[in-house]
Design a protein around this ligand. Structure first.
Ligand SMILES: [Zn+2]
Ligand SMILES: [Zn+2]
Length: 156
């Protein structure tokens, strides 16, 4: 394997390729979009998930996007959440927006944050009628639990 010199620090010879412009920068100079950068990779658009960006691309076009997504994630984490079984408490809240629906999720925490994230993206602060269901899927050698769920986004 040919070693590529980092075009940023010009010191390291093991540079990685930027996923946007293909220029080479080493692991100390480039930016990884991993769990340390953004906690829930599944919430990121595909062009950001697990990608590597050189400092130029990162500062020019990626950091703003990540910043906005972090803001949405913060809002998602603060979302007021009411389950379907709490309908007595939420019956006076008007449901106007389309029902949110997530399918094929690996765990409960993840599906809840996905629903909350969608709601936050649309400018809502509350989820009502949250209905999460799990099914066991036999995957040959092991049994896997798959989650799906629906919720109505509202503003309280
Ligand atoms: Zn470097
Ligand atoms: Zn780049």
């Amino acid at each position: 394997m040919k070693n590529t010199e980092c075009t940023v620090c010009c010191k390291n010879k093991t540079a990685l390729q930027c996923d946007q412009c293909s220029s080479a920068s080493c692991k100390h100079c480039c930016y990884f979009i991993d769990e340390n950068c953004f906690e829930f990779q599944s919430l990121l658009p595909e062009e950001l998930q697990g990608k590597i960006f050189c400092p130029n691309c990162y500062h020019e076009s990626i950091s703003d996007k990540i910043e906005l997504l972090q803001e949405t994630l913060r809002a998602a984490k603060q979302m007021d959440i009411y389950g379907k079984e709490q309908s007595a408490e939420t019956r006076l809240i008007r449901r106007q927006a389309k029902l949110l629906r997530i399918k094929d999720c690996d765990d409960r925490k993840e599906i809840l944050i996905q629903l909350a994230f969608l709601a936050a993206q649309q400018g809502f602060n509350t989820l009502v009628d949250v209905d999460l269901r799990s099914t066991k899927v036999n995957n040959g050698s092991y049994v896997k639990t798959i989650w799906s769920g629906t919720a109505s986004p509202v503003n309280k």
